[in-house]
Write a protein that binds this ligand. Structure first.
Ligand code: ZN
Length: 707
């Protein structure tokens, strides 16, 4: 009752904070959880939206791509902020290859003449859109130079299946110029393969000034053919001039024309030339040493370079991270210290292929393997719903954090708002039941698309990506219109979601840094693995029946008989029948992991404790827990891309950003490489068995049977 009388007189957020104080937090004793809630209330009180607005005004005032003068000024500004917050701060500089356009020409030379504008017009209502002198023009970084003329072919999204479809329709792409629409896969899947080889041209090691470099022509990172993005306005005359067969229904875009495949009669001249400059890439690294377990690093990062002004991507995320760091700095100034070391990183060169974070993670790979506890990433942040992805051992930690953060628009927890949205959007009864009944957030698995990739997929540090979004519209992405004017009109006008983001990521950092025992759980991961194995067995089954069915139709000449004799149709070729795969080793490994996980998680409810010798055992337990994600990596990495070492999460070989879980097995099945699929099942089974053994070891320490 007393609570009510107090809180009625105060803001509603106070009511919220008060009712959360007795809620349990994974990894904390009950009394330390109460202290943690009190600390977080102090942390929240230090967050100020005006800082976010002011810093965005400063950081997004001018174009600031990698290597630009304003990017360098932002480096210094961010470093000076971290210093003023009390962090031990330095700038780490790498030298990276960053091509910028020297010449860009796209012209239609037949059946009519048209020269593409390749230009985004400034808008009067967007104050920074006219800063043309400093803006990068529209282009694809890491396209090769080239001057080519050829007939035009429409290739839909330009993914492998689209080329199969063209072949079936008798359309030859060789020596032609292809035009593809955006979507279906990442826009620069070739250049993005940058990450597979470490950052640009210095595969596998940090690109410091004297690192060994390979020749540009030997790099897999540069595209083999010249590439340029164009707007729909420039694309329209080109697409309109293509003849040949009409495109299949699901290949048709939104332009008011009939889509044809070609080739020709549209003929295009494409002439591209780039300045192949080596530019500095500067990461700002800010450290707050831990009081007790300083050798355990909780890492937090967001990039600060943009394609143009980048108010939304990445400055909205950057200013929320700065505010979080400021508030934690102020807590430290008042005498509090984190138990573990906290490291903030503002990354440069993200847009060109995660250059700053990749160089840093490679340069510090050994230290990260030794000290890294977790890496929390963020990027663009706008109004809307909490979106979380990451290592599945962190599901309870993230759910408890979402439970304790208030949604600024609806005044419920961000967890509840996220849940309600899921329930209203899901269409299947099964998914709705899960959204309603599952106590924990189901984290999305991480593919690529921002700076967690080197931490999670190369080094094996448990990682998360956190951000709000879903209500800001869009259309400004990577353009000159991603501006302060646009963001403060549509992105997050009151910076309330910037504050919600700081409250969310700040809690993740503070709980990871302060917990008595690292807040990691294993049943969540084991259940996820079991789902993945079910998916894989189903995938193998459907792939096998599809091949059988198609071979039968080919044998019966069904494709030929069914096709229109006046149109070209090349019947598919019969394929080798698929064998049954042996999933038993993987199924057994996951079964064992489920048992080990249940046992550890059961024990984890009784640890940490207030017993006198607890601290020693907890520190030993931390050492077992902090390296456990690395058990999911292998030194040889994934087939054909050894830089990616995580056997459970990777971006797809052909999807770019999109995740492929258990990628070695899944992609072997998709590519119908059956012996490789069987080998990869063994590899992943081995990894899961090792992981289960590590969980058993942690359980032994928790029981006091081992140190
Ligand atoms: Zn970004």
């Amino acid at each position: 009752m007393r609570r009510w009388t107090i809180t009625l007189a105060l803001a509603s957020t106070t009511l919220f904070a008060q009712t959360t104080t007795d809620k349990p937090i994974l990894g904390f004793t009950a009394s330390n959880a109460a202290k943690e809630h009190a600390l977080e209330a102090q942390f929240d009180a230090k967050l100020n939206r005006d800082d976010l607005r002011n810093w965005m005004q400063r950081l997004a005032a001018r174009p600031h791509h990698l290597g630009s003068d304003y990017d360098r000024q932002n480096t210094e500004f961010i470093a000076s902020l971290f210093k003023s917050f009390g962090y031990d701060t330095h700038v780490e500089e790498f030298q990276v290859l960053f091509p910028t356009p020297k010449k860009r020409l796209v012209e239609l030379i037949a059946p009519e003449k048209f020269t593409a504008k390749l230009f985004e017009p400034p808008l009067p209502q967007d104050a920074t859109s006219g800063q043309t002198n400093e803006q990068l023009p529209v282009y694809n970084a890491y396209s090769i130079d080239g001057d080519v003329t050829g007939d035009l072919v429409y290739v839909n999204y330009g993914v492998p299946a689209d080329y199969d479809e063209l072949e079936r329709r008798g359309v030859d792409v060789k020596g032609k110029i292809a035009i593809a629409r955006y979507g279906g896969s990442w826009r620069g899947i070739k250049p993005k393969v940058a990450a597979e080889h470490g950052a640009m041209l210095t595969p596998g090691v940090g690109a410091t000034a004297n690192a060994k470099r390979i020749d540009r022509k030997d790099s897999d990172v540069i595209t083999k053919i010249p590439v340029l993005p164009i707007s729909y306005g420039d694309a329209l005359p080109l697409l309109r001039s293509i003849g040949g067969p009409v495109a299949p229904p699901d290949w048709r875009g939104a332009l008011p024309i009939t889509y044809h495949l070609g080739p020709g009669p549209a003929r295009v001249h494409l002439d591209l030339e780039f300045n192949w400059n080596i530019v500095p890439c500067r990461d700002v690294i800010a450290r707050m040493p831990g009081s007790d377990r300083a050798d355990q690093w909780v890492m937090r990062g967001n990039h600060y370079d943009a394609w143009v002004n980048g108010a939304s991507d990445p400055i909205s995320g950057q200013v929320a991270m700065l505010e979080e760091a400021k508030a934690i700095g102020e807590l430290a100034k008042s005498g509090w210290r984190p138990k573990r070391t906290i490291i903030y990183a503002a990354w440069d060169g993200e847009e060109e292929g995660l250059l700053g974070s990749t160089e840093w993670a490679e340069e510090h790979g050994d230290e990260l393997r030794q000290h890294g506890v977790a890496y929390i990433n963020s990027d663009t942040n706008t109004r809307g719903f909490l979106d979380l992805g990451g290592s599945h051992s962190l599901e309870r930690l993230s759910t408890q954090v979402a439970r304790d953060v208030n949604d600024p628009e609806r005044n419920v927890s961000v967890l509840e708002r996220m849940r309600d949205r899921e329930q209203t959007l899901t269409t299947s009864a099964e998914a709705r039941k899960e959204a309603r009944d599952r106590q924990l957030i189901r984290l999305d698995a991480l593919g690529s698309g921002s700076d967690w990739t080197p931490f999670l997929q190369h080094v094996g540090v448990a990682s998360m990506n956190v951000g709000y979004g879903g209500e800001a519209g869009g259309g400004d992405y990577h353009s000159i219109y991603d501006s302060i004017d646009h963001y403060t009109r549509f992105g997050d006008p009151g910076f309330q979601y910037g504050i919600a983001q700081a409250e969310t990521t700040g809690r993740l950092v503070l709980r990871l840094a302060n917990a008595d025992v690292l807040p990691i759980e294993f049943t969540t991961f084991a259940d996820t693995m079991s789902r993945y194995v079910d998916e894989l067995t189903k995938l193998a089954q459907t792939t096998r029946t599809e091949i059988e069915e198609r071979n039968r139709l080919i044998h019966e000449r069904a494709y030929e008989i069914a096709s229109d004799p006046t149109k070209t149709y090349v019947s598919p070729k019969a394929e080798t029948p698929a064998p049954y795969l042996n999933f038993a080793p993987l199924q057994n490994a996951v079964g064992r992991l489920q048992q080990s996980a249940r046992e550890y998680d059961r024990l984890a409810t009784s640890i940490p404790s207030d017993a006198p010798n607890a601290a020693v055992r907890e520190a030993a337990l931390d050492h077992a827990l902090m390296h456990i994600e690395q058990a999911l990596t292998t030194s040889q990495g994934l087939p054909r891309r050894p830089w990616f070492r995580h056997e459970i999460y990777a971006p797809g070989f052909y999807t770019g950003y999109g995740v492929k879980t258990v990628p070695g097995v899944r992609e072997a099945i998709e590519q119908k490489q059956w012996s490789e699929a069987n080998q990869q099942i063994e590899v992943v089974a081995g990894v899961i068995n090792n992981y289960a053994a590590e969980v058993d070891r942690a359980a032994d320490i928790a029981r006091g049977r081992a140190e």
